[in-house]
Design a protein around this ligand. Structure first.
Ligand code: ATP
Length: 259
């Protein structure tokens, strides 16, 4: 199947889509800390690509229906995490548009949303609260959240003193409990140990069975095949293939697999 045909097969009526990305582009500066300064936002020059700038994503268009499980593949640095940040509305497109209809539970940067100097307990309340959970509901689920993460001995420890695996555990445990319809998962499963990963897999299965929409970035073909029905293949910031996951992995392996 040709690339253009593949893209057409998954085109949906954007009226019913939960995520609708149209011709989106994100431009970064190579040598600056911030993406753009305040003045740029109001200047006509902001539209042009200046020296040192590049497009991390460009001309990306796709729609996602409720309940779809989408795997994003591509080599390092091709725009996968940037795409998830667009969907999480952590970054805004420099070109095109991104419509997200429904709340997003983002597992996109391990520390994302968690405050280093606050304790584990305080972070659970903060993160769940920011996503609209009532204090009483958080309190009712608190023990289960901690039990899932298996970090009961660290409730009053500042988040920054947790190991990286423990950070992932508590982040996954809280975020996967949010009642948001869209779940974003970026490589977090790569960090946990095997037993914890299995627990996460089962939780993701439950979320999918409950009709949530999943967006997952992974370099694990096994994980992608397990959860996803559809794949988006990014190369140099372009969406080169939008097709059933098996087809996307086949193409990706043909392009870059170990020969
Ligand atoms: N805040 C930023 N400022 C400047 N450049 C950035 C920024 N964030 C990402 N980039 C660049 O944008 C490009 C895409 O990055 P992105 O993190 O989306 O890649 P990725 O496909 O997720 O990679 P990986 O598989 O390594 O996680 C890379 O060249 C990266 O260096």
């Amino acid at each position: 199947m040709s690339q253009s045909e593949a893209v057409e097969t998954t085109a949906v009526d954007s009226g019913s889509a939960v995520i609708s990305v149209k011709d989106a582009g994100i431009r970064y500066r190579r040598n600056r800390r911030s993406r753009r300064n305040f003045k740029d936002l109001f200047s006509a020059r902001a539209r042009k690509t200046r020296p040192g700038e590049f497009w991390a994503l460009r001309n990306v268009t796709f729609d996602v229906l409720p309940g779809e499980a989408i795997g994003v593949v591509g080599r390092n640095g091709q725009g996968k995490s940037t795409l998830l940040k667009l969907v999480a509305e952590v970054v805004l497109p420099d070109e095109g548009s991104v419509g997200v209809h429904g709340g997003v539970a983002p597992l996109i940067e391990i520390t994302g949303g968690f405050v280093n100097d606050l304790s584990v307990r305080e972070n659970v309340y903060l993160t769940a609260g920011l996503h609209g959970m009532k204090k009483a509901d958080i309190a009712a689920q608190f023990d289960e959240i901690i039990e899932f993460a298996e970090i009961g001995d660290f409730l009053d420890t500042p988040y920054k003193h947790l190991s990286s695996g423990m950070k992932v555990r508590i982040a996954f445990s809280v975020v996967s409990r949010l009642e948001e319809p869209i779940i974003l998962v970026d490589e977090v499963l790569a960090v946990g140990d095997r037993a914890f990963k299995e627990k996460c897999y089962r939780r993701i299965d439950e979320l999918l069975a409950g009709g949530r929409t999943l967006f997952i970035v992974s370099h694990s073909e096994k994980d992608l095949r397990r959860f996803c029905t559809r794949g988006l293949y990014l190369d140099k910031g372009r969406l080169v293939l939008d097709a059933p996951i098996a087809e996307v992995l086949e193409r990706y392996n043909a392009d870059y697999g170990v020969k």
